[in-house]
Design a protein around this ligand. Structure first.
Ligand SMILES: Nc1nc2c(c(=O)[nH]1)N[C@@H](CN(C=O)c1ccc(C(=O)N[C@@H](CCC(=O)O)C(=O)O)cc1)CN2
Length: 284
């Protein structure tokens, strides 16, 4: 068997077209505030692409690029200003933050109604309860992808490998919310293969190049590769996922890296920003 490739681009295009339509009927143009601290090259690139994509779909965007030396108090003061600004619909703090800034108080400081990342504990609790409006972007984008390619979720066995707060945990909660039977595996899971070989849907987000090998994949399973690992091959930089390329011979469907779920992270952020603006408009 050779897996069907499940590229992110057509899914992202369809999602962004719907977002642009929703923006057009809003009374006020949504505004996304993107906050970055320091100059981590990946974060600079992600914030730039979020800013660009926002403009493409008619969302106003403002980038707050703060120096590496920014203190926790200064960052919290900026967030308080953005929370109070009625023109700002959504706020995103790009992660990771520099080591001297604690993440938890920062995520807590974002108004849950403007938390377009879905990382505030209020939104996390709503998600586990099964009725969140603002869900974390990467897992929400993965559900968009499964729906787009007609891959059923309800009643399926799903395994999520990785338990990060950005991908693994919310992915498990959201698959559960769609009536999948979900197992979370992680670095301390005793027999990983016993879990993954049972899975009809396998989401891998461990940050280790080519970690998931074909021998532990159920034939015909849908495999979602969330990894973005930069490696050197023959003196050249290359991006590879968490899934070994030979998995293509066993799986039924496989997302490529690059060109897979990463594109959906950015598209889903636009959808969340419009959702936040719609919620404000509905409140009047
Ligand atoms: N506040 C947040 N911080 C971070 C998040 C997040 O959702 N919110 N996620 C990641 C990084 N991220 C977005 O911020 C992100 C990761 C990957 C991609 C992407 O487009 N990947 C491409 C390849 C990219 C490349 O060439 O480097 C792909 O998969 O095709 C977009 C966004 C951590 N921080």
């Amino acid at each position: 068997m050779t897996a069907r490739l499940l590229p992110g681009a057509p899914v992202a295009d369809a999602l962004l077209a719907r977002v642009a339509g929703r923006v057009r009927v809003l009374a006020q143009v949504p505004r996304l505030a993107l906050v970055r601290v320091g100059d981590d090259p990946a974060s600079v690139s992600y914030v730039r692409s979020k800013d660009k994509k926002a403009r493409e779909v008619g969302i106003d965007s403002e980038v707050h690029a703060l120096p590496e030396t920014t203190t926790q108090a200064e960052l919290l003061a900026l967030l308080a200003r953005l929370n109070a600004d009625p023109a700002v619909s959504g706020i995103l703090v790009q992660l990771p933050l520099p080591a001297h800034i604690a993440e938890e108080p920062v995520l807590l400081a974002v108004d849950p109604a403007k938390d377009v990342d879905g990382f505030h504990p209020f939104n996390v609790a709503q998600m586990w309860a099964g009725h969140a409006r603002l869900n974390p972007c990467t897992p929400a984008g993965i559900l968009e992808l499964l729906d787009f390619y007609g891959i059923p979720v309800a009643g399926q066995r799903a395994a999520v490998v990785g338990r990060s707060e950005i991908v693994g945990r919310p992915m498990a909660a959201m698959l559960l919310g769609r009536d999948a039977t979900v197992t979370i595996a992680h670095s301390r899971t005793a027999d990983l293969g016993a879990v993954t070989r049972e899975a009809d849907i396998l989401v891998v987000a461990v940050g280790r190049p080519q970690f998931l090998t074909p021998d532990i994949v159920k034939p015909g399973a849908t495999v979602i590769d969330v990894g973005i690992n930069r490696i050197e091959v023959g003196g050249k930089g290359k991006i590879v996922g968490d899934v070994h390329p030979d998995v293509v011979q066993v799986a039924g469907g496989l997302t490529p890296v690059p060109g897979g779920v990463g594109l959906l992270t950015v598209a889903q952020l636009m959808a969340n920003t419009v959702t936040a603006a719609e919620l404000v408009q509905a409140r009047g």
